[in-house]
Design a binder for this molecule. Sequence first.
Ligand SMILES: NC(=O)c1ccc[n+]([C@@H]2O[C@H](COP(=O)([O-])OP(=O)(O)OC[C@H]3O[C@@H](n4cnc5c(N)ncnc54)[C@H](O)[C@@H]3O)[C@@H](O)[C@H]2O)c1
Length: 366
Amino acid sequence: MGENIRMAFIGVGDMGSHHAMGFDLIPGCEVSYICDFDDRNVQRTLKELKNSQPIICTDYREIVSNPDIDAVVVSVPNYLHREVAVPFLQAGKHVFLEKPVAPNVEDCDAILAAAEQSGKILQIGLVYRYSNLYRRMAREIQGGRLADVQMMWCKEFRDPFPPVDWFYDATKSGGALVEKNCHHFDIFNWMMNAKPVRVFASGGQHLIRHGHSRVITNSYTHYPAKEIEHSSIVDHAWVIVDYENGSKANLGLCMYLQPRNLMEEGLEFGLIGSNGAQMQAKRDKTISIYGGEDYTKEEINVDVRSDSLAGGHTGGQTQRAEFIACIRSGRSPVASGSVGRDALLVALAAEKSIREERYVYINEMG
Ligand SMILES: NC(=O)c1ccc[n+]([C@@H]2O[C@H](COP(=O)([O-])OP(=O)(O)OC[C@H]3O[C@@H](n4cnc5c(N)ncnc54)[C@H](O)[C@@H]3O)[C@@H](O)[C@H]2O)c1
């Protein structure tokens, strides 16, 4: 590896383009290759690059063994994660792989095994692990502000996924709770600081229904509105996760708000501690802490800008900088393969619980 880390970007749709823009801004990084057969997505991405002039290709297999590539960012649809990530790991490249690790346990474990064998860095795009806001929440918990966390919730009430077919096919995305809420299940796992034991979920299709054509719009994508007729994913769910220490978490998902979530709280996380204190995060922007040992109320306005350059969720740019730091130092990433696997297991258990209408134990999942 020379002084610069030379990077290839496989898939530059909504997410991969943010990554190319973000890594392009990091000193010592070169966006050397972009691989995507959607030329419009490639051209959109190229327009945003300030420092790099990448070589373009349409088949990732052509560059797997290219000695001019040190690291790869994989942002293809979930069902292709294994197919793309494993050969690059086997070829000795560091891999930044978008979440969820994969749409099923088998693919996930094949990716983790390839990373283990290669000894290279595998970092999963669980971006909130790098966000100033959620890191501050974790510090408040570690500092004892809530004593022990007993209850936690997340309200993810939002507009539909982008109108791109693979999101709506559970065999390709893993389902809505896998595709979207692996982020939130990961935050539960992190803040609860305990192992999840079992999951109970109820969900279904209220409005985005299989066999009922519906025009889908999404507030953050660059893809135009489109009719989606076939969907095998839920458009709403309530999920309860029980942890080994008796604490409990609850997630609500709604995927059909129009035009998007306009309520003041936006994405909301809440926690209640054994000392009676409450903590809430709203809109990925603010933290409030109330009560506990005394009646103090704190409103914390965290810096949510410096960690989030170049788009995507809060923490997006810090996760990129830390991937580069891990490559240079050899240390393991915070959002490791096993952190990604733990979040995936909860999500897959929730999907299974909905299908089978019962508690699903995490140790059933593999
Ligand atoms: N971390 C986050 O917050 C976040 C947000 C959105 C998406 N994602 C993840 O990023 C990944 C991509 O999602 P997206 O929203 O960008 O999807 P997308 O459909 O917008 O983009 C996927 C891109 O991959 C390309 N592609 C497909 N097969 C390919 C192949 N074999 N070789 C090269 N390119 C190929 C497509 O042409 C497209 O440009 C998914 O895993 C998704 O879960 C993560």
